[in-house]
Structure formats: C-alpha cells, structure tokens
Design a protein around this ligand. Structure first.
Ligand code: SAM
Length: 220
C-alpha cells in the first residue's frame, strides 16, 4: 500500500478532493491511505501559532521548524520505506516520469510512505527539509498560496499509476493513443441555433483511422 502523510495547516482545503471518485475508491480498496498532520497540534504556543517573522527581514511570515519537524516525526514513527517531500516553486518539476517512479517504488514494497510537507506564507524554515533530507518539488512555473494543491496533485498523479487503481491499465494516458478532444452523445449538438457534429471518423468503427485521427488531434 502507498501511504500518503500530508503535513498541512489546512487539511480541509484538499481532503474532499482526495476522498472523492478514483482516489476515494483507492482508499476504500486499500491501494492508498491518506493521513493529515497539522503542525498546530505539535506546537507549545498557547495560541497554536506556527509562524514567525523572517530572519533578514522582508514581508510575509515563515513557518517555524519545530512544529513541522514534530509533525513529520509523528508521521514517520518507526516506519521503513519513508520518503520526505516538500513543495516550493523552485523545486524539481514534477512530471509523469517521477509519478511512475514513485508508483513503482510503492508497488515493489509492501508499505511505502510519502511524507509531504506543505508550505504556506513565505514557506517552511529551510532547516526542516535539510534535516529530513526532503526532496523539493514544484508542480509548475507559477506561485501558489500553499503546498496543499501540489500535494493533492502528487497523490492523484501517482495513485492512478498503481496497479488496480484505474479499472483498466489502458486508462493511463501514455499507454495508448489518447486525444485531448473527446466526444460523447449526442451525435449532433444543437446550441444557440448552431449545430456541432462529432467527427465522422470516430463513428466509423475503423480503429486504424480512429487511432490516426487521435494522433493528429492529440492536443488542443
Ligand atoms: N518564496 C516561497 C518559495 O520559494 O518557496 C514561495 C512561497 S508560496 C507563497 C507558499 C507555499 O506554496 C510554498 O512554500 C510551497 O509549499 C507552495 N507552492 C507555491 N507555488 C508552488 C509550486 N509552483 N509548486 C510547488 N509548491 C508551490
């Protein structure tokens, strides 16, 4: 089983997504597990504050190291096969190849644990990833408000590659000729006085021609 441990101040921001549809089913079927750890539960601060002003000055607050380290420690326990990950726009660009590598690691070990640290504000104190030897990942060349969406992206992209998570192995996009342009009923869509038809070739039953059309129309 692949166990995701998400360290975040805002678990509610992604918990619904992670328990819906394919990912919800993957949890029920014990292909994956998803647990949340809130650093606020690991601080001694009476107001449960976990951020503080940055050394060197500047706007924005930095997330203090100790509560994140304690939360990471709680997630890791005495487990084996643990990998730490954190999110930053300057990290390694996450892609399908990395997703497959993690899916393979999980498939090849009885229990594999990915502990993901989600930043907020100006980010997490830099000593945390250093101490945990956490790998930095970015999900794209833009800045988000937090690491929760990146965590959900990794959970989704990796989980769908685990055997048995998608009904059919061919559902994984790169294992077949897939097009971004897909159609379903009705054959002729009438919308605001105009008619929009499904491409004839997709109704032809000629698989070679359909594949060729999909190759030629694989992207918008
Ligand atoms: N200056 C910070 C840095 O370079 O990490 C950016 C802080 S950003 C406002 C807040 C948090 O959102 C980051 O700590 C990171 O966890 C997450 N984040 C924002 N954009 C991201 C991206 N493109 N990929 C991965 N994580 C991102």
């Amino acid at each position: 089983m692949l166990n995701f441990h998400i360290i975040t101040l805002f678990p509610e921001s992604i918990s619904a997504y992670l328990s819906s549809s394919i990912l919800g089913r993957a949890q029920k079927n014990k292909k994956i597990s998803v647990s949340f750890y809130n650093p606020r539960d690991y601080t001694d601060d009476p107001h449960r504050r976990v951020d503080s002003i940055p050394y060197g000055g500047g706007p924005g607050m930095v997330l203090e190291p100790v509560s994140f380290l304690k939360a990471a420690q709680a997630a890791a326990g005495r487990k084996r096969n643990v990998e730490f990950i954190f999110f930053t726009p300057s990290g390694r660009q996450f892609d399908n190849k990395i997703a497959q590598e993690y899916a393979d690691k999980a498939t090849n070990s009885k229990n594999f644990h990915m502990i993901m640290l989600c930043g907020r504000y100006e980010g997490i104190d830099a000593r945390v990833p250093e101490i945990l030897n956490a790998k930095p990942f970015s999900i794209g060349p833009y800045v988000l408000s937090g690491g929760e969406l990146p965590a959900a992206v990794l959970v989704d992209a990796i989980s769908r590659r685990l055997p048995g998570v998608l009904g059919d192995d061919l559902s994984i996009e790169e294992r077949r000729v897939a097009s971004s342009k897909v159609y379903t009923r009705p054959e002729t869509l009438k919308w605001k006085g105009k008619e929009y038809k499904v491409p004839e070739v997709l109704k032809s039953g000629n698989h070679k021609k359909i594949e060729l059309w999909r190759k030629e129309n694989s992207k918008y």
